[in-house]
Design a protein. Structure first.
Length: 276
């Protein structure tokens, strides 16, 4: 019999959840408020929370100084391109390891995950030199490839865990009916693991959108995404907090909206297979 949660415990859990949520959301709220301040108000001490002269001059200045739409388009292309490429590689790889495992499968998965522990700066020089020689520096394709490879281990691990919870008998029945590998993945595996695939896709988009290291080092002007757009407001003259906050708000707004509308799907996918 399931134990019922008492009213005080439920109230304590609710209050704690709200407090944790507010603590996490507060930096975003502070950044949003700072974007509407003047530079003087942004540096005021003690800081003002609501009572200051609200202004849109920072957003106007950001638009005049930088081409926001060009950076946003680069972010969209790089995030979606790297995600689709990663999914095209990860789905067959996870399918193979989940339904045709060998004694080396676990070791391969651990090796793939271990690559995420390598500091990116450790491979920056060889990747930069390769990109320079093949003409991929400051290109959308170059960022798509490196972000795909960077996030691929996480996507493969997630999909592997989703796929291994699907009954093997269903796939074996499809094979007996003459289904090819492509049809098995497309018409049977993909619909059954759709929540997991969707959550992996969304997580990869978020990771690619927020990637900073490779964006700053492998792009300059033509393919620079919104992360490079934000970094451009850090200059030798100092930080312009109000303008930096406006640029950051404009950069994270699209991904915040996407996360808000897709939160149910994301949570459903992340908990896929947790309850039998």
């Amino acid at each position: 019999m399931a134990r019922r949660t008492s009213a005080p415990q439920l109230a304590l859990t609710t209050v704690t959840a709200w407090l944790v949520g507010l603590v996490i959301f507060f930096p975003i709220l502070w950044m949003l408020l700072t974007s509407f301040k003047t530079e003087i108000d942004a540096f005021s001490s003690p800081p003002s929370f609501l009572f200051f002269d609200w202004t849109l001059e920072n957003y106007v200045a950001v638009q005049e100084r930088s081409n926001y739409l060009a950076h946003a388009w680069n972010s969209v292309v790089v995030a979606l391109g790297s995600t689709l490429l990663a999914m095209a590689i990860a789905i067959p790889a996870a399918w193979s390891m989940a339904f045709s495992p060998t004694r080396r499968t676990r070791g391969i998965l651990l090796w793939m995950l271990s690559t995420k522990m390598l500091p990116p700066v450790g491979v920056l020089v060889p990747i930069y030199l390769i990109y320079r020689d093949v003409g991929l520096l400051d290109t959308q394709l170059g960022l798509v490839i490196v972000l795909c490879l960077s996030n691929l281990p996480i996507v493969v691990w997630m999909l592997f865990n989703y796929f291994k919870d699907i009954p093997r008998d269903i796939l074996e029945a499809a094979r007996m009916d003459g289904a090819t590998v492509g049809k098995e993945i497309l018409y049977i595996l993909a619909p059954m693991a759709l929540p997991g695939i969707a959550s992996s896709l969304l997580l990869n988009v978020i990771l690619a959108w927020n990637e900073t290291f490779w964006s700053l080092n492998l792009s300059s002007s033509q393919a620079a995404p919104l992360t490079a757009f934000i970094a451009s407001y850090s200059s030798p003259e100092g930080l312009f907090w109000a303008k930096l906050s406006a640029a950051s708000t404009m950069a994270i707004a699209p991904i915040l909206v996407l996360g808000w509308f897709c939160q149910k799907q994301l949570v459903r996918g992340l908990t896929f297979g947790a309850v039998k």
